[in-house]
Design a protein around this ligand. Structure first.
Ligand SMILES: Nc1ncnc2c1ncn2[C@@H]1O[C@H](COP(=O)(O)OP(=O)(O)OP(=O)(O)O)[C@@H](O)[C@H]1O
Length: 255
C-alpha cells in the first residue's frame, strides 16, 4: 500500500492547560485542496504551525511522503517541499519587497546550482506578479498594507516551489473582488505549470479561511476543527449543510 502524501496521526499540542490540538488525525492526498475551518481559537493556525515545524507537538506524528517529519526544523521541512504563510507575518521590513521573495528563492530547494542573481531576481518578480504586487517590488516591505503583506507571504511561499502549500487566511484583508481574484490564482497554482520562470508542481494545499464563499468554490474537501478536535471531515456541500457547522461557525455569519 502506498503511504498517504501527508499523514497526521493523533497530534496533540498544549499551551499550559489549554489543549490547542487534541488527538487530531487526517490525511491529505497529493492532488487535493483541503479547507480548514472552525471558530476562532479552534486550533487551525496551531495545526499548520505543527506541520511546518514552527511548533513541536507534545504527542502524535506527522509523515510527509512516507517520511516522519515530526519535530524536524522548519528549514529542513521547507526543503522537503512544504511551505506556509502565517497570520503573524514578519517580513524583513527594511528590505525591498522583491528582496523578501529573493530570500525564499535562495533556499536549496528553490535554487538551481549556478543560478545568477539576475535569474533569482526574475523568479522573485514572477512570484510577486503571481501574488499581484509586482508593481511595488522596489518599495520597502514596511510600506505594505495588511492585505498586501498577505500577498507578499503568498509570493514568498510559492517561490520555494512547494509540493504542499499551507495558506493561513489568504483572502484576509482583501475586498470580495480581490479575494475572488486570489482564489482564482490559488486554483491556477494548484493546477501547476509555469508562471514565468517559476515552476509550480501543482502543490497540494491546506487553506485556513473564514471567507467561506471563496473557499468553498476551490476546495475538494473540508476539515472542521472545534476546540482542537476534528469535528467533521467532508465535501464542501455536506459541510455547509451540517447542523453543528451552521451553529458553531456559519451561524456567526460569513465574515
Ligand atoms: N503560542 C501560544 N501560546 C499560548 N496559547 C496559544 C498560542 N498559540 C495559540 N494559543 C491558543 O491556542 C488556541 C488555538 O489558537 P489558534 O490560533 O490555533 O486558533 P485558530 O483556530 O487559528 O483561531 P483564529 O481563527 O482566531 O486564527 C487559542 O485558544 C489560542 O489562544
Amino acid at each position: 500500500m502506498t503511504e498517504p502524501f501527508l499523514q497526521v496521526t493523533d497530534l496533540s499540542k498544549r499551551f499550559g492547560g489549554l489543549k490547542a490540538t487534541n488527538n487530531v488525525s487526517f490525511n491529505i492526498a497529493r492532488d487535493e485542496i483541503v479547507g480548514l475551518i472552525g471558530p476562532n481559537g479552534a486550533g487551525k493556525t496551531t495545526l499548520l504551525r505543527l506541520i511546518t515545524g514552527i511548533l513541536k507537538p507534545d504527542a502524535g506524528t506527522i509523515r510527509f511522503k512516507g517520511k516522519n517529519i515530526t519535530g524536524m526544523k522548519v528549514w529542513d521541512i521547507v526543503n522537503l517541499g512544504i511551505a506556509g504563510t502565517f497570520q503573524n507575518m514578519r517580513p524583513f521590513r527594511r528590505l525591498p519587497i522583491i528582496a523578501n521573495v529573493m530570500v525564499s528563492c535562495l533556499s536549496p530547494r528553490a535554487m538551481k546550482t549556478g543560478e545568477w542573481v539576475k535569474r533569482i531576481e526574475a523568479k522573485a518578480m514572477d512570484a510577486l506578479e503571481f501574488a499581484g504586487i509586482s508593481d511595488m517590488a522596489l518599495e520597502k516591505a514596511s510600506t505594505l498594507s495588511q492585505g498586501d503583506l498577505k500577498r507578499l507571504e503568498v509570493a514568498r511561499a510559492i517561490a520555494t516551489e512547494p509540493e504542499l502549500l499551507l495558506l493561513d487566511e489568504p483572502f484576509g484583508g482583501l475586498s470580495p473582488a480581490e479575494a475572488d481574484l486570489m482564489a482564482q490564482s490559488v486554483k491556477r497554482l494548484h493546477k501547476g505549470g509555469r508562471f514565468g520562470r517559476l515552476h509550480s508542481e501543482g502543490p497540494a494545499m491546506i487553506i485556513i479561511e473564514h471567507k467561506l464563499q471563496q473557499l468553498m468554490r476551490i476546495v475538494d474537501r473540508v476539515i472542521v476543527l472545534n476546540y482542537g478536535e476534528v469535528l467533521l471531515e467532508s465535501s464542501p456541500e455536506e459541510v455547509v449543510k451540517h447542523p453543528a457547522v451552521i451553529e458553531s461557525y456559519l451561524g456567526k455569519g460569513d465574515e
